[in-house]
Design a protein around this ligand. Structure first.
Ligand code: NOJ
Length: 730
C-alpha cells in the first residue's frame, strides 16, 4: 500500500523559505569547466560541424573539470542532479545536502538508464522485437540493480513515444510503431525499474517520457512540430503514457515538441487537465533538458521569465538544466504573477518522491563496495545475452544458408564486426567498450575458423578460403538516438559496395545489420541470400549473433516497426487507413509512381529456422470481451518460439479505422511437429474509438479478426458485435 507522507510534507514546506522552495525545483547537471575558452555547447558544435576532430574534442574534454555547483547546493538552491552515475560523487554531494544545508533535505539523482546501466542490454527498439513483457521487466530490474548501486534514484525511462517514421533517430529508444506494444513495454519497464517497493535501495523511480507524441515529429526530424488530430492523439499516442501511469510510474517528462502549436512544456491542457485531473497522476513532472527556456525559441514566451511563468502554471515542477526557475520564480511569486500555492504544490511533489524513495530515512542508499560488487554480475550478463538473442530478427534466409553447419569457414567483413564500442547503440552512458563482445571476439573465443577484414582488403584471398561470407554493416550508434534523424535511410554506399563485391565472389553472403531504425534496404534484400537484423544488441552482441548464425539459438524476434522499401514512403506503418482508392494496378489509386506501396518487411515479421502453420481460428464472445483461439503447429524440424499476433479491422465505423490494429499477442514454444492452442482475449473496451466530435464509440457490427505470425500473413474470421459497454477507456 502506498504510504502517506502528506503531514511530513506540509510541515517541511512550512519551514522553507521562498528560495529554498525554488531550490527544490532546480535540477542541474555537472557543468564542464576547463582548459578551453568556449562553452561546452560551442565545443560540441565545433566537433559536429567539423571545425575540430572527434579526437581533438575528446582531448579537450579530457582536460575539463566538472563543476557540481556546490556553493548553490550548500545554499539550498539545488534539489536534484542529472547525469551523475557513481556512488562516490553521489554520496559526497548528498552529504553536503544532508549535513550542510539549513533543512538537510536529501537530493534526488536522476540518470538516463535507458537500456541497462553497466550491463547494457539491446536498444529498446531491438528488445521490443522479443514481444516479451517478462523479459522486458527482467532487463529493467537488472538496470535498476546496477544503477541504484551507483546511487541513481530515478531513471528518465521508459520512453513510450509511438514512432511511425523511420527517419526519426529516437525510434531506437522506444518499442516501435504500435500503441499496444508501447503500452505493454512501458508497463513492464515501470515494474522492473520501480520493483515492489520504491523505498527499497534497489528500486528507482521511472520517469515516463516524453509526454506527448514526440514520436510524431513532422517528417521524422527531431524536435519538430507535431500536428495531430485529437482523435489520433488519444487513440494512437496517449495510451502508452497512461498505461505507465496506471502501472505506478512516479515521474513524467513532457516532450520537447509542440502539439498543434503549444509546446508540451507550457501545455496546461496536457499537464494539468489530462495528466493530473483525468489520469489522476500525483507524482513529479520534470522538464526535458533546457525545454522551459526553449519556449522562447518556439515563439510562445517573450523571454525566459515568461517561459518560467508559463511552465510552472502549466504544471512543470522540476526544471532540468534551464535555470529558468532559479532565475525568475522568486520574482514571479513576489509580484503575484504566480501564486505561492502553485510553487508549494510543485515542492510537495518533489518532496513526496524523495520520501517515497526513502531518501529522508536513508539518504545514502549505496556505497562504493555495493557499487563494485553489483556491476556485471554473472546473472545480469546472462539476462543481457538472452535479451540480445531474443531481439534478433531473421529477415531473409534463402537456400537455407543459415544456420551455418559446424566447421563452416567464415570470411568476416566490415568494421562493425570488431568494434566493441559500437555494439551498445545510442544512450548507453555507463557502457564500456571493454565489456562488450563483438562478432570477432565471439568467434575467436569459440575457436571458429574465420578470417577478418575490416574494409575488404584481401577480399579475394579470404573469400577463396571461406565457405560463407559475413558482411557486418549498417549504422553506427551515433546515427540513431537523439538529434540523429536521417533523410536517407538506405545503407551507406561503401556498405553496398562491400556487399556487391562479396556477392561477386560467388560465395553465399550473410548480411548482419547493426542499426537503430528500420533501414530501406531493397537492394540488399535482392542481393544476398540471408539477412540477420541484429540492431544494436548490447554487451553480448557477438555471442548472440554467433548463436543465431550457428543455430544454437533459433531466432524468434519479430519486427515492431515496418521496414519501408524507400525513405520516400515514410512514415510507413501497418495501421494505416484504406483510403477511398487503395493502391492497386490502375493509375488513380493511392500509391507512388516510383516506389511500391507495400513495405519491404511488414510489421510483426521475422523468420525462424522452423516454420509454423495457423489453423482452426475460433472466436467466442463473452461478457467483457472476445476470445480468440487458434491452433499453432510447428511444421519444421526444430523447436522454436512463435509470436502469435492478433489484429482486427472494423470495416464500417463512424470514423474510418485502420486496416489492421494489433489487439493481442502471445509467445508460444513448440517442439517439432507439436500443435498448441493459443488463446487471446480482446476486451470490448479496446475496440472503441473516437468519433468526429470526440465521443468514445464502442464498435458495433462486423469485426474482422486476423491471426498470424506477422501482419501480412494471417488467417481470419468474422464476428458481429452488438452494443457493449460505452465506458470511456482512454
Ligand atoms: C534530453 C532527452 O530528450 C531526454 O530524453 C533525456 O532524458 C534528457 N535529455 C536528460 O538527459
Amino acid at each position: 500500500m502506498k504510504k502517506d507522507y502528506e503531514k511530513q510534507i506540509r510541515e517541511l514546506c512550512g519551514k522553507m523559505t521562498l528560495e529554498e522552495k525554488v531550490g527544490q525545483l532546480q535540477q542541474c547537471g555537472p557543468s564542464l569547466v576547463g582548459a578551453f575558452e568556449v562553452s561546452f555547447e560551442e565545443l560540441l558544435d565545433m566537433m559536429f560541424d567539423g571545425r575540430i576532430s572527434k579526437e581533438e574534442f575528446e582531448k579537450l574534454m579530457g582536460t575539463a573539470e566538472q563543476d557540481f555547483h556546490e556553493e548553490d547546493l550548500r545554499a539550498g538552491k539545488v534539489g536534484s542532479y542529472n547525469g551523475i552515475g557513481d556512488a562516490a560523487t553521489i554520496n559526497r554531494l548528498q552529504k553536503i545536502a544532508v549535513e550542510e544545508t539549513r533543512l538537510g533535505i536529501p537530493l534526488l539523482f536522476g540518470y538516463d538508464v535507458i537500456h541497462g546501466f553497466r550491463t547494457v542490454t539491446p536498444i529498446p527498439l531491438a528488445e521490443s522485437c522479443a514481444w516479451d513483457q517478462e523479459l522486458w521487466e527482467r532487463t529493467a530490474r537488472v538496470a535498476a540493480e546496477e544503477a541504484t548501486a551507483a546511487g541513481v534514484h530515478m531513471t528518465f525511462a521508459p520512453m513510450v513515444d509511438v514512432a511511425k517514421d523511420a527517419r526519426w533517430g529516437r525510434i531506437s529508444e522506444g518499442a516501435g510503431e504500435d500503441v499496444l506494444l508501447n503500452s505493454a513495454y512501458g508497463v513492464a519497464k515501470v515494474k522492473g525499474f520501480q520493483g515492489e517497493d520504491l523505498a527499497k535501495e534497489n528500486s528507482m523511480a521511472a520517469c515516463v517520457k516524453h509526454l506527448a507524441a514526440y514520436g510524431a515529429a513532422e517528417a521524422g526530424r527531431d524536435y519538430n512540430r507535431v500536428d495531430l488530430s485529437m482523435q489520433r492523439l488519444w487513440e494512437e499516442y496517449l495510451p502508452p503514457y497512461k498505461a505507465c501511469i496506471d502501472a505506478g510510474a512516479r515521474a513524467v517528462m513532457p516532450a520537447f515538441n509542440d502539439i498543434n502549436g503549444v509546446p508540451c512544456s507550457v501545455n496546461a491542457w496536457l499537464l494539468r487537465d489530462i495528466l493530473r485531473r483525468k489520469w489522476g497522476f500525483d507524482g513529479l513532472v520534470v522538464s526535458d533538458s533546457n525545454a522551459i527556456a526553449e519556449c522562447v525559441c518556439h515563439g510562445i514566451a517573450e523571454d525566459k521569465k515568461d517561459a518560467a511563468r508559463q511552465a510552472i502554471l502549466a504544471g512543470i515542477e522540476m526544471d532540468m538544466s534551464s535555470n529558468s526557475y532559479t532565475a525568475h520564480l522568486r520574482e514571479l511569486i513576489e509580484r503575484g504573477e504566480v501564486a505561492e500555492s502553485v510553487l508549494d504544490e510543485a515542492v510537495a511533489d518533489v518532496l513526496r518522491i524523495k520520501y517515497e524513495l526513502g531518501l529522508f530515512e536513508h539518504p545514502y542508499q549505496t556505497n562504493e563496495t555495493r557499487e563494485q560488487n553489483t556491476m556485471l554480475k554473472l546473472e545480469y550478463r546472462a539476462v543481457a545475452l538472452e535479451a540480445a538473442e531474443k531481439s534478433i530478427v531473421l529477415l531473409k534466409n534463402e537456400d537455407r544458408v543459415l544456420p551455418l553447419k559446424p566447421g563452416t569457414k567464415l570470411g568476416i567483413f566490415g568494421t562493425l564486426a570488431a568494434d566493441r564500442g559500437q555494439m551498445t547503440g545510442a544512450w548507453a552512458i555507463g557502457a564500456r567498450p571493454e565489456d562488450c563482445i563483438s562478432i570477432v571476439d565471439a568467434l575467436e573465443a569459440n575457436n571458429v575458423h574465420y578470417q577478418y577484414s575490416a574494409d575488404g582488403t584481401d577480399l579475394s584471398k579470404i573469400a577463396s578460403m571461406s565457405d560463407v561470407l559475413i558482411a557486418a554493416i549498417g549504422e553506427t550508434k551515433e546515427e540513431s538516438g537523439e538529434a540523429a534523424s536521417r533523410a536517407d535511410i538506405t545503407l551507406k554506399p561503401k556498405d553496398m559496395e562491400l556487399v556487391r563485391a562479396l556477392c561477386a565472389t560467388g560465395k553465399p553472403v550473410v548480411a548482419v545489420l547493426f542499426n537503430g531504425r528500420p533501414l530501406a534496404i531493397p537492394e540488399l534484400d535482392q542481393t544476398v541470400p540471408a539477412i540477420v537484423e541484429a540492431w544494436h544488441p548490447g554487451l553480448y552482441a557477438g555471442s548472440a549473433i554467433m548463436h543465431v548464425l550457428y543455430g544454437i539459438t533459433n531466432p524468434s524476434g519479430k519486427l515492431t516497426t515496418t521496414f519501408p522499401a524507400s525513405a520516400g514512403q515514410c512514415p510507413m506503418y501497418y495501421a494505416h487507413t484504406n483510403t477511398g482508392r487503395p493502391g492497386g494496378k490502375s493509375k488513380f489509386t493511392s500509391k507512388y509512381l516510383d516506389a511500391p506501396v507495400e513495405p519491404l518487411y511488414p510489421f510483426g515479421y521475422g523468420l525462424s529456422y522452423t516454420t509454423y502453420a495457423y489453423e482452426n481460428l475460433a472466436l467466442e464472445k463473452d461478457e467483457d470481451g472476445l476470445w480468440v483461439r487458434v491452433q499453432v503447429r510447428n511444421t519444421g524440424k526444430r523447436a522454436g518460439e512463435e509470436i502469435v499476433q492478433c489484429y482486427v479491422q472494423m470495416p464500417c465505423a463512424k470514423r474510418v479505422r485502420p486496416v489492421r490494429e494489433l489487439k493481442a499477442f502471445t509467445k508460444t514454444a513448440l517442439e517439432p511437429g507439436e500443435t498448441k492452442q493459443a488463446e487471446l482475449k480482446i476486451a470490448y473496451d479496446s475496440l472503441g474509438y473516437y468519433d468526429w466530435e470526440m465521443n468514445w464509440i464502442p464498435y458495433e457490427g462486423n469485426l474482422k479478426v486476423f491471426v498470424g505470425g506477422n501482419v501480412r500473413d494471417t488467417i481470419s474470421a468474422e464476428v458481429i458485435l452488438g452494443s457493449m459497454s460505452s465506458e470511456m477507456c482512454e
